[in-house]
Design a protein around this ligand. Structure first.
Ligand code: HEC
Ligand SMILES: [Cu+2]
Length: 348
């Protein structure tokens, strides 16, 4: 390095340091630690700037006109005004345009958040009064702690055991309601290693304020080591699910080769399933869950509605195990005969 480069380098480091302390002194915003942070903050700054501009301009105009057009002599009468087309047009067109830019920009950010990419690391999160139970893909369980690798797309599959909760990570600028009887999903890509607070953001009873924890974002190697290092004692959800599949007699109807009274579940996850009413649905986590708890809701084309409901007979963890097992049946070919599974279209 030349002296000049060194000076430059030092200056950069210094700036970085100073920015950090400014941020720490002015905690207006949480740290930006995910792919969504920049776009959400940009949008927020834009909307705030537009609102602040008009709030100030209108307040200033009110004060100015208040003095300018005040009654100066007793008995003075105001001049009637019959309107001005140009003024009317301006105050319709300008706000319309501004509102549409907010809508358009907001829609772009929102759609990105609602559409998870295909290559996600899937982690299950169960909320209950008043804690968060988290299950890593290997089956490793954590409580009020979530470990994720930096730079990887992470999808959280959220379930509740009691009331409505809401999982929120301010540093990632993401939040999603956690609703009983239903899976919600959300995704993000952590961009910075570190520890970030997560919270429940839906008032859920006495200890709602204590229902939170920490996301630990680790370097991928570190994460892999952490995952394999501490998972000796945990049950593999795929194996547990396979066992349950036999215990609950699912396998008496769902025969692997598709010759049973029920469709084979091989390759169903992510596929497009044709339903008896002629519509189609993508078999995601929420669909698998509904198929187990409320099988009558969506009947697979070509099959009789004879599957019993397992509502109330499975814990959230057991549902996750069964889902993990069904998801693991991906490598085997999809049997075509009579199974309601259409070829690869819509495959995730
Ligand atoms: C009595 C037979 C029977 C049993 C037992 C049974 N199922 Fe089913 N299952 C069916 C039938 C028939 C269908 C297709 C009709 C429908 O959608 O309800 C089905 C559909 C499904 C689907 C949707 C499949 C698709 O291709 O879209 C899933 C997932 C499923 N079952 C999982 C399970 C699990 C898990 C168990 C055990 C906890 C189970 N089933 C037990 C008969 C059964
Ligand atoms: Cu809660």
């Amino acid at each position: 390095m030349s002296t000049r480069q060194i000076v430059q380098h030092r200056k950069l480091a210094h700036d970085k340091e100073r920015n950090k302390t400014v941020q720490a002194d002015l905690p207006l915003y949480p740290e930006q630690a995910s792919n969504f942070a920049m776009s959400v903050d940009g949008l927020m700054a834009y909307i705030t700037a537009v609102c602040a501009f008009f709030a100030i301009a209108i307040t200033a105009a009110i004060i100015y006109f208040f003095f300018k057009y005040r009654r100066k002599h007793p008995g003075e009468v105001g001049v009637p005004i019959h309107g001005d087309m140009r003024l009317e047009t301006a105050w319709i067109v300008v706000p319309l345009f501004l509102a549409l830019t907010m809508f358009g920009w907001g829609a772009v950010v929102y759609v990105d958040f609602r559409r998870a990419p295909m290559d996600t690391l899937d982690i299950y999160v169960i909320g209950k009064q008043w804690m968060w139970k988290i299950q890593q893909p290997t089956g490793l369980r954590e409580i009020n702690e979530l470990h994720v690798p930096v730079g990887r797309n992470v999808k959280l599959i959220l379930a509740s055991e009691d009331v409505i909760h809401d999982f929120s990570v301010p540093a990632f600028r993401v939040k999603m309601d956690v609703v009983p009887g239903h899976y919600n999903t959300m995704w993000f890509r952590p961009t910075k290693a570190g520890r970030y607070h997560f919270f429940c953001q839906q008032y859920c009873g006495t200890n709602h304020a204590l229902m939170g924890g920490w996301v630990t974002v680790m370097e991928p190697m570190e994460y892999a080591a952490w995952l394999s290092g501490s998972s000796e004692a945990t049950a593999n959800p795929v194996l547990a699910g396979e066992k349950l599949f036999a215990e609950k007699a699912c396998n008496t109807c769902h025969v692997t080769n598709g010759t049973g009274r029920a469709p084979s579940l091989n390759g169903v996850y992510g596929a497009n399933v044709l339903l008896a009413d002629g519509s189609a649905v993508t078999a995601d986590d929420a669909y698998l869950r509904e198929s187990i708890l409320n099988p009558q809701a969506k009947i697979v084309a070509g099959y009789a509605p004879l599957m019993p409901s397992f509502q109330g007979q499975l814990t959230e963890e057991q549902i996750i195990d069964l889902t993990s097992y069904i998801k693991s049946l991906q490598s085997q070919p999809v049997p075509t005969k009579g199974s309601g599974v259409a070829p690869a279209t819509g495959k995730k």
